[in-house]
Design a protein around this ligand. Structure first.
Ligand SMILES: Cc1cc2nc3c(=O)[nH]c(=O)nc-3n(C[C@H](O)[C@H](O)[C@H](O)COP(=O)(O)OP(=O)(O)OC[C@H]3O[C@@H](n4cnc5c(N)ncnc54)[C@H](O)[C@@H]3O)c2cc1C
Length: 381
């Protein structure tokens, strides 16, 4: 079994690491987070590096790379700053990658080159005020009216919708289907459509790429903007899950390592009882446990990347990777605060920000409870 990376993959990692350490300075990331401001300058620079094209085929202007390269990129983006990974994720994965999986040829030819050139940003709208974990219960209704559909309803917690050009919107197109998974249709909605109102939400962490509430009042969407087939959206939604869970797991694995490195640096410098606190076994063991968790997140993520690249079904493995990476990220940040004592909760230090940013991972993209239920089901329980 091969655990190594190719020379090209190592070069990709090094260039992303170098870029992130130069661009994601404490001053910049803090200014964006404190002001709930999307990191547009960073985003544009990532575009200029050509990284938006990583998962797309060459005939659409992409780099034609695979899940392992995507995992490397997102791990390093997460190591740099959550804002790098999350801004990339909404557009490239939730937008572009979903279009590539089940959009029409016209949609692929139109949107994917624009994603790669940084001309089109996306958000993905599934959750609603009454629809969270039970995602198939989607209520926002799309009624057909000639060659348009008219959308009415509300979407909740939609990341980066305030900066998106298009919103991948999951709608209900049958009032009373036999099963709730039937009668779901996905549309590409122009974020500037009349009748669509986007209200920013305030959240405890990851505020530079915050969520929004979307209100649809008679929003008219051309039928040509339908992604996939009428009423068959649910099956398409599940197609992107592997790459989605891999992406968030790798971002969290990267951030986990960043927190460990930060805590280790601090522990070596902070002196109590006449010596660095890193000399105390209690602190060493905490740091060792943090490193072990970060390593496991990384390995579980690369297992999924490898399985996806080989075309091996990995429904259970992708939930394990997401679950472990998100819970470990928070546990590592929590221990990181403890290692730093009082300074760990002071806003002057990054650890406080790591702690707040890390809490969301166990809720978004399928909560820990839902991931455990998926794993249990895959175990035949
Ligand atoms: C910051 C942020 C960004 C987000 N971005 C997006 C986005 O871009 N697009 C989007 O569509 N959504 C987004 N979401 C929504 C996210 O996917 C939901 O929050 C998540 O699916 C959980 O839904 P809920 O919050 O309504 O909680 P609920 O579903 O109401 O769950 C509440 C609690 O009950 C538990 N629970 C629910 N059902 C079960 C069950 N069957 N068994 C055991 N426990 C259960 C949950 O795990 C949770 O602990 C975002 C959320 C956040 C917080």
């Amino acid at each position: 079994m091969e655990f190594g990376f190719t020379q090209e993959q190592n070069m990709l990692r090094e260039s992303v690491r170098r870029f992130m350490s130069k661009e994601c300075t404490r001053e910049y990331t803090r200014e964006c987070s404190d002001n709930d401001r999307f990191p547009i300058e960073l985003y544009d620079k990532m575009v200029a590096q050509g990284w938006m094209g990583i998962p797309f085929p060459e005939h659409l202007g992409g780099s034609g790379l695979g899940p392992v390269e995507l995992a490397i990129f997102l791990e390093e983006a997460g190591y740099g700053w959550y804002g790098a990974g999350t801004s990339y994720f909404s557009t490239v994965i939730l937008g572009g990658y979903n279009i590539m999986l089940y959009g029409s040829d016209e949609q692929k030819a139109h949107f994917i080159p624009r994603v790669i050139r940084g001309e089109c940003k996306f958000a993905f709208a599934l959750s609603e005020p009454n629809v969270g974990s039970d995602a198939a219960a989607v209520e926002l209704f799309a009624a057909q009216d000639g060659d348009h559909f008219v959308l009415n309803g509300t979407k909740m917690f939609i990341t980066n919708a305030h900066v998106a050009d298009y919103i991948v919107t999951v709608t209900r197109t049958q009032r009373q289907p036999a099963r709730k998974q039937q009668g779901i249709t996905i549309f590409l909605v122009d974020a500037k459509s009349p009748g669509l109102e986007i209200r920013p939400l305030k959240q405890m962490g990851r505020s530079a790429t915050h969520a929004n509430e979307l209100s649809f009042r008679d929003v008219r969407v051309p039928a040509a903007n339908m992604m996939g087939r009428l009423d068959e959206g649910w099956n398409n939604l599940t197609k992107g899950l592997g790459v989605e869970r891999l992406s968030v797991a790798m971002m969290y694995a990267g951030t986990s390592q960043a927190i460990v490195d930060y805590a280790v640096r601090y522990a070596k410098e902070r002196r109590q009882f006449g010596q660095p606190i890193s000399k105390f076994q209690a602190i060493q063991h905490k740091l060792a446990d943090m490193q072990m968790k970060a390593d496991i997140s990384r390995l579980l993520g690369y297992r999924v990347a490898w399985m996806l690249a080989e075309g091996i079904p990995c429904f259970r493995e992708m939930s394990i990777a997401k679950l472990h990476a998100s819970e470990s990220l928070f546990a590592i940040a929590n221990d990181g605060v403890q290692v730093m004592g009082g300074y760990g909760v002071m806003k002057e230090y990054e650890m406080e920000q790591f702690f707040r940013d890390s809490r969301i991972g166990m809720i978004g993209a399928g909560s820990s409870e839902i991931q455990r239920s998926i794993i249990a089901k895959q175990m035949g329980l």
